[in-house]
Design a protein around this ligand. Structure first.
Ligand code: ADP
Ligand code: MG
Length: 341
């Protein structure tokens, strides 16, 4: 018999209701040991509630939470080998950085020498060597976020839960932290479960992503699978920009019935009087230009074009849009109704 290791996290039939609100309406999920897993979805779709049930801050209305094969559904947070990093990471202002990081170890009565050593290691893991003596107020936002991360890593949990931890940072810093977080995760080998409503963030760091919609998982896959093969109109629209075609327009464009999606960067645009649409807007954005085109077939689409050469298409011009058949993704029917229910 082969010995298959238990997943780091297994959620089975997980539900949580707050009065009449079904915050989590049936989630089944397995997250592998060492995986960087993201939960991506709009505000209110149940991501935080799932995270809180994994951490033990919230008791499920139904279903089970297993960590490393052990049913922990009814265990208290401190009985689970899990740590959480929240968006408002609230460092102690009167303690130095290293004292903040070792605080949890102190509470657990780890000897002074050992806890200082582990705190220094955790600070090194987040590239903050030499910052231990500072007060949090003397650190930048990105540095404080890394202290919060070190404070969780120092406990060496099997699983680290991160709830929109980069939400308070400006865009540049957030993008930098995304790259660093991924590197840190690879280095420490801890399972990361990362919650975000930001699709770029979800795609950037993750081994796999679960897209949440109204308390359920609409799709699970690698970032590429979720982006290139959205399982529903909701996923196509939430993860990236998508042109979705249905009804008579779809039949006119693709010669078959159904609902189809084509990503903006998969469309080619050239000027031409014998075209199939008219340019309604041209939005120049540095590396790319975004064209909004009204197709004769009766649909407005977005085209993204890389600015490798000066643009030759302008507003009001007739253009021909073309695409490769392999980039036309059929979206399973019946999903449109559910999306807007
Ligand atoms: P997300 O993190 O995806 O934004 P949440 O898990 O925070 O979503 O919330 C899911 C739904 O549950 C929302 O409708 C929210 O208002 C509701 N909810 C969450 N926590 C509570 C609570 N403690 N009491 C009542 N409703 C809640
Ligand atoms: Mg949330």
């Amino acid at each position: 018999m082969t010995d298959i290791p238990a997943p780091a996290i297994r959620l089975t039939g997980l539900r949580k209701s707050f009065g009449a609100v079904d915050a989590v309406a049936g989630v089944d999920l397995e997250i592998a040991d060492g995986e960087f897993f993201s939960m991506l979805g709009p505000s209110g779709s149940g991501k935080t509630t799932v995270l809180r049930m994994i951490a033990g801050f919230e008791l499920p209305s139904a279903g089970t939470v297993e960590l490393g094969g052990r049913d922990v559904t009814r265990l208290a947070p401190f009985e689970r080998d899990v740590n959480t990093v929240f968006q408002d990471y609230a460092l102690f202002p009167h303690l130095s950085v290293v004292e903040n990081v070792e605080y949890g170890l102190k509470v657990r009565k780890v000897a002074k020498r050992e806890r200082r050593q582990r705190a220094e290691q955790a600070l090194a893991a987040v590239q903050l060597e030499g910052f231990g003596g500072r007060k949090p107020a003397a650190m930048s936002g990105g540095q404080r976020q890394r202290v919060a991360l070190a404070r969780a890593l120092v406990n060496r949990p099997k699983v680290l839960l991160l709830d929109e931890p980069l939400g308070a940072l400006d865009l540049k810093l957030r993008e930098q932290m995304q790259v660093e977080l991924k590197a840190i995760q690879r280095e420490v080998g801890i399972t990361f479960v990362f919650v975000t409503h930001d699709q770029d963030e979800g795609l950037t760091m993750s081994d796999r992503v679960a897209v949440f919609e109204a308390g359920r998982i609409a799709q699970i896959g690698t970032p590429e699978e979720v982006y290139e093969r959205p399982a529903s109109a909701f996923v196509a629209g939430f993860v990236g920009t998508s042109n979705v075609f249905s009804g008579a327009v779809a039949t006119a464009l693709f010669n078959r019935e159904g609902t189809f999606s084509v990503r903006p960067e998969k469309l080619d645009i050239v000027a031409g009087e014998d075209g199939n649409g008219v340019v309604a807007e041209v939005i120049y954005a540095g590396p790319i230009t975004r064209y909004v085109v009204d197709l004769d077939a009766g649909s407005r689409v977005v085209v993204v074009s890389q600015n490798r050469a000066p643009a030759t298409v302008s507003r009001g011009q007739r253009v021909r849009l073309s695409w490769h058949e392999e980039h036309v993704v059929e979206i399973p029917t019946g999903e449109m109704e559910r999306t807007h229910a």
